[in-house]
Write a protein that binds this ligand. Structure first.
Ligand code: DGY
Length: 324
């Protein structure tokens, strides 16, 4: 008998077709009513779940008696209660590597965008304001030759650091749990405490995963340690920053600006950030290119398929549950 796969976010027809060869596939359809209700109804029969953007833990999965694997179409897995998965023996997989360069590209888009005020100036130009040569009130800040501080020098952080050091002649500083001798050698990156990095950097780029240790890592105290001319870039997870404190710091000139792809609550329907010209706000699109989303989908499909067919999946987040 075929096992059952249940999608918990959109699945392209191509993805669904690939899975149908081996599994019964259920994809909740918004045209047929409430998605969550459809998901909950199908859950007791599901052996595998695939998707992104849904919190899954004890409260959501208690009725999923047959569940063997959750395949997340994301590298971050803070939406999942891994302790509960371990308790239940449910495998969790993610999609590392395939989004590294694309997300780093967006990191640089945020750096460039907020330093050179591209969104603000685009809106200004389109509003018909360009009547004379632009003056100092609309000048931006240099990026090349400046100091780039990366908090969390993992794969994506390193890819941003490479762009900064090799493409823009930036001095790279980094803070985190461990020293990276290879990157120190390759890029001349220098290790700093978080406090030192905040004080020395022109661009502070947050690339840490969300955990108990990184929740609200950046608040009023940390923002005050930054230079008034500096920019905060966040494309890790929103709750790493105290958003209220950031809004205050952007409003009162504690820092020069921020480039944000992630927020405390997503989607961000309304926010005081929208009234701040020095906040560049993107809708969590770090990995959102057609090519990368397809690569992530394929990687997630491979992981799900392997786990349900009894082969060890490539990207197992909790290897301790794997009995194969
Ligand atoms: C990820 O893969 O974790 C990105 O943030 C997209 O959700």
């Amino acid at each position: 008998m075929k096992k059952t796969v249940l999608a918990f976010s959109r699945l392209t027809p191509a993805m669904a077709e690939r899975l149908q060869a081996d599994f019964n596939v259920i994809v909740p359809n918004p045209k047929q009513g409430d998605i969550t209700a459809q998901f909950n109804e199908a859950l007791p029969e599901a052996h595998g779940l695939i998707g992104a953007g849904r919190k899954l833990g004890r409260a959501q999965l208690e009725g999923a008696a047959k569940l063997e694997v959750v395949s997340s179409v994301s590298v971050g897995y803070d939406n999942y209660d891994v302790d509960y998965f371990n308790e239940r023996g449910i495998a969790l997989t993610n999609t590392p590597d395939v989004l590294t360069e694309t997300t780093a590209d967006l990191g640089f888009a945020l750096i460039m965008g907020c330093a050179r005020r591209t969104a603000e100036l685009d809106a200004w130009t389109k509003a018909g304001n360009w009547q004379a040569t632009v003056g100092p009130a609309l000048f931006g800040s240099d990026v090349h030759g400046k100091t780039l501080g990366i908090v969390g020098l993992g794969n994506i952080g390193a890819a941003i650091a490479r762009r900064g050091a090799l493409g823009f002649g930036m001095q790279v500083l980094y803070a985190g749990n461990s020293r990276k001798p290879a990157l120190e050698q390759e890029l001349g990156a220098q290790f700093r405490s978080l406090e030192q990095l905040l004080g020395e950097s022109d661009f502070v780029c947050l690339m840490v995963p969300l955990s108990q240790a990184t929740r609200q890592l950046i608040g009023t105290r940390e923002l005050k340690l930054m230079k008034p001319s500096a920019f905060l870039i966040n494309l890790s997870r929103g709750p790493v920053v105290d958003e209220g404190a950031l809004i205050q710091a952007l409003s009162d000139g504690t820092i020069r600006g921020a480039g944000l792809d992630v927020y405390e609550k997503e989607p961000l329907g309304q926010s005081p950030l929208f009234a701040l010209p020095n906040a560049l706000t993107l809708p969590h699109v770090g990995s959102a290119t057609a090519q990368t989303r397809e690569a992530m989908a394929n990687r997630a499909l491979d992981n799900l398929r392997a786990a349900l067919l009894g082969e060890r999946p490539r990207d197992l987040v909790n290897p301790q549950v794997w009995k194969g």
